[in-house]
Design a binder for this molecule. Sequence first.
Ligand SMILES: [Zn+2]
Length: 451
Amino acid sequence: MTPDRPRATDEAVRARIAAARLWAAHQAPYLASAVFALNPVMLEPALDEDTGAPVPDPGFRAFPADTRWNLYVEPGTTLATPVEEIGWWMLHQVGHLVRGHAARSPVRPEPGPEPGPKVSPEVSPEVSHAAGPVRDEEAHRWNQAADAEINDDLEAADLRGPAGVVSPAELGLPVNRTAEEYVPMLDVLAQAMGRGGRALAEAIDCGSAVDGQDRAYEDSGSGEGLTELDRDLLERSIAAGIQDRISARSEVPSGWRRWAEERLRPSVNWRARLGAMIRRGLSTVAGQVDFSYRRPSRRAGAYADIVPPSMARAVPDTVLLIDTSGSVTDDVLKRLLAEVTGIIDGVAGPHRRLRAFCCDVRPHPVQVVRRASDIELTGGGGTDMRAGLDAAMALRPRPDLVVVLTDGETPWPGRRPGAQVVVCLIGDGGHAPDWASVARVPPDVPAKGDS
Ligand SMILES: [Zn+2]
């Protein structure tokens, strides 16, 4: 192999990526700045042993991205893929990135003092490359569901995907749903199609941008790409750009309009966001969507020998921690509690006993209730959620998920306690710690149906 060949390959790949970017920006002008914010990272080519020419690696057909907006470009794949198709994947990856699929993913291992369950060794890929076929089934399903969320918006703008990608319309599913909503639909569909010997779609890996799990080909130490802050600013400017285009009566597909609206006014969609976070917290804890691929959870472990895996689902233990310091009215708290317990019932089964307690500067006694309306709100004065969370962690059995309802006018612990924490942050002031999942809720919670 001469040194000239890789250089020639390099240039040909760069030219193709540049052309694909222009195509993508032209097709979807409302996403042009996003397309140009992608940072292409060229991977080592896989070379044909005889000819020395780069050969495509199907594991990279999606031009996978990571959450720092790096787009991984495999030379053989790039040279073998039409420019329009590369451009389509760029728009698709932007979709994963701005919709926060990595952060929303149920697959992502949680950092913190008690690390979440790890992928077991036999499925943990030795990974030469993207490792599509050996990825665990849950990760694969989440990837497909996230693809479904994005692809219908692209199709609405006449940007049809290449063969083998997930399309809700083609699968006969409703459009304009979230990935969280598509997961159960795809499960049912995949089972039905599997009985007929067919697969739902090709095994496509869109990279860690879709599930937050590092891939072997990513150099996570290099720090290349966008920081969290860059990314936040970029997303805001993309959303603002979309709203400008809407004001100027330029064409923007409805899915992207909704996205921009929600990105700029996050409380608009608080109900869906809160629901997604609580469901994610519960399923991460329970392992209920992935029991056959991970070690049994702490709780299920005791029974693992005598109960078949599908029965070994843990029931996640949830505690509600309610800020009754007086700045939030009881009426608002009651409505929110009804919403939160409704979501928990939906995931964990109805009328499960829940533990709840109120907290102002100190925690009040624990109440065990079956319905939100049974919770008695006591307290007043200042707030210290450090005391509240300490008390939650001291409960036996210890909770797996703590849902905190507060206006955020409180000190917080410096690090995450040994449980998942979802903060329902009421009103525009206050703050929540960055180790928690946060949904901002309007100060005057409207009754369900008229938000
Ligand atoms: Zn994808």
